[in-house]
Structures are given as C-alpha cells and as structure tokens.
Design a protein around this ligand. Sequence first.
Ligand SMILES: [Zn+2]
Length: 455
Amino acid sequence: MARLILLLYACLTLAAAEPPVYWLLWFDTEDYIEPSADDAAKRLAEELTARGVHATFKIVGEKARVLQQRGRTDVLRALAAHDIGYHSEFHSLHPTPAEYLSEFGLLDGAAEFTRREKAGFDLLENLFGVKPSCYGQPGNSWAPQANVALRQWGVKVYMDDAGQVGFDDQPFWYGGLLYVFNLGPHTVRTDLNDPSKSEAAKRRFDAALAAVRQRGGGVIQSYYHPTEWSSTKFWDGVNFAHGANPERSEWKNPPLRTPESREQAFRLFLDWADYVRRTPGLKIVTAREIPHYFEPRDSAPPIAESRRLAVSIDAHGGFSPADHLLALLSLPPAYVDGPLHRASTTFQDSTIPRPAFDRAKQDASAFIRRFHRLPDAIWLGSQRLALPDFAATLAAAPPAGPVPVRTGRLDIERRIGKDAAKLYDWVIHPQGFAPESLLEIARLQSWTLKPARLR
Ligand SMILES: [Zn+2]
C-alpha cells in the first residue's frame, strides 16, 4: 500500500513538473456572402464537438444576421457547442475599424467603435445567451481604441494575430485586456490543400510545443476561417479589395472549391487536429477559459522593481510601467489607461523644491483616481514635467530635500510595431494606407503593457 502511494505521488509530481501548454483553436466566422460557408462552419463545429475539442468561433455581426435570415438555426446550434467570440460588425465593408479610427483619439475613438460595432456584439449575446468572450479585428485592421470600448462591453480577452503590439511571442496584458496576439512561431497552422505539407505542419507544432515547454509553459494557437473550406478565394478580397465598396446588389460570390478539394481540406485539417489534440499534457482551452490560467491582471510590484523606472520606463519584473507608477505614488494596484497625448517637459531647473514635488505627486494621484488614466504631464506651477520625466524623477527621488529632475526613457515603446504601411498592409485596405496616428496611440498606451504570467 505504502509503495502504491509512493508510486502515485511520484506520478503526480512528475505530472506537476511538466510545464502547462494551452492550445487555442479559433475560427473567424465571417463570410456573409457565400451560403456554403455556413455549411462549412457547421461541419467544422460538429466534427470538433465529436472529437471533444472546444474551439472559439469569432463571429461577424452581419454573418449572424445572415444565418438568421437564411433560417440556419442548425448552424447556430452547432456553433453554440463552442465558445463564441466577436469579429466586428461588417468585417471588410469600408470604412474598416483602422480606417475610421485613424481620425480619432483614444476616448472619442472608443465611443465611435461602440457606435459602429456594438450592435453585432449584442446580437450574438442575444442569439447565444452569452456575452462573446473575446474580440479580434478584421484582417490587420487593429486599433488601440477598441480596448477601451471592449472593456466597457465586459470583454476580457483580445484574440487575434497581427504585429502592432506583442510581448515575447506569448499572451500579454495591454489596454486592460488579456491579449492572445502576435504569438510568432507559437501560431501554427496546417495547409488545407497540399497533403505533402502535412508532416511539416506536425513538426512545426512539435517545435512550438517544445519551445513553450522550454520556457516553462505557455500558449499555442491555431486559427482558420470556415470560408477556407468552401471557397478558393476569400469572400471579401473579391469584393472589397483596396478600398472598393460596391453596393450589396453588386457583391460577387467567391469561387467555390470542388467537392473533392473540400473533402480533402476537411481531411487534412481534421487529421492534423487529431494529431495536436492527442499531445500528452496539452490542454485545449477557449478564449472564455484562458484568463483562468493566468495570474490576475492587477497586483502590486516590489518597490525595488518600480524604482527601475528611474533609468528605464519598462515592464520591470513583469509589471507594466503604469503598475510601477501607481506603486511609487502609493496608490492601490488597479488598471489605468496610458496618457492621451505626448507632452513635452517645460520645467527649467535641475531640481524641484520638496513642497512643490509633494504637491505634484498629490495632483498626479488625484488625476489618476478621478480619470483612471495617467496624465499627459504633471504641473509644477506654470511649468510641467512630461509623464515619463515625472515617473523617472519620482522613481529616483531621495526620501527628503530637493528632488533632482530626471529624463524618462520609454523603452517599453519598442514593443509597439513601427512600420504602419507594413502593419496595415491588407488587401482590403486602400493601397498605401499607413495610419501612423494609431501606432502613436498604441505607444502612449504601452504604459499598460506587461507579459501575462501563468498561474
Ligand atoms: Zn476575419
């Protein structure tokens, strides 16, 4: 008996020692033009249900509307066995989210995002009886203002793949949301057309698995679109390319797969999905479940880590610069947005008298408590310190006496993508579309960026 218990104990510790690996499989369910894409969505949902695989279907609002109009309750029922996320109101109809949000700031942009996108979200909640668990943008039409709106809607997860923001190829916190995004080599797919590529896709998955285990556990994601099983070209590319916006009556159906090529695509995908799901120790999770596997978003950093803002504004110790700033101001841990604008420092002297500095600290704290956002600058009488300089100065402030002014170095901004033309290069966007303004807001919000830590 004792030996059996020992053996059991050894097995348990061995199992516990294996780093956790989570697999997210999601489908952008968006083709509201070609009816056979409805059947593809249904069949994928049913095949996966039969295999005990819970996927996340991110559905476009207009797609849900069309399914209703076509009387496809069978499709809706098949999808309801999985997690439901949201994938924008109209996807590729112009203006796309990045197109219209490029003319807005953070807060007015969030309001505009809600005005344009909330109806489809509400429709999904109505149809499925549950709030969509996550959002992901159409194509690479990402915009930072969405974070503010999504939090207001009660969404906790941003799940997609693009290059505007990232953190070491694993999930991260940004704009108050858990981002499963920009996972680099940990995003793995198999080809749906060429059987000779299947083995390589399995090896790519194995490599991602080994890499994630090597770093102590993490997330691998795979994503597709049901329309890939029905058509040989994307439904939106044949209608809305390069800014084109034809009337509904002129929409064209995408070219269809032959029955043989469709069957092969299902076979190739399901064979690969079977391979992945049989991986020992792999946990298949949905967007709704993934937050449970990570530490809570808000906690207080060790003060020694926060003091490092003095030389570098960065995610020291896995805490965001905003976390550190709140700690330095003795505020309780909480999510707050980054600043709205990039201010300049006008303060002339090299030191700040202690009473003026204490007042500045109180003012910064009062602003953050009132607006749940970091101020652009902190005033010292008629002069000001830009936020990064204030943070660096505060982090290095001696316990008493005059406070030497320091210049803040915004190292965290290196995590934000730089080349707008490349990052927003999508067949749907007008040629040359390069919304620098969105990347600037993204950089300002990088104060909220930090890696997500597994429990
Ligand atoms: Zn999409």
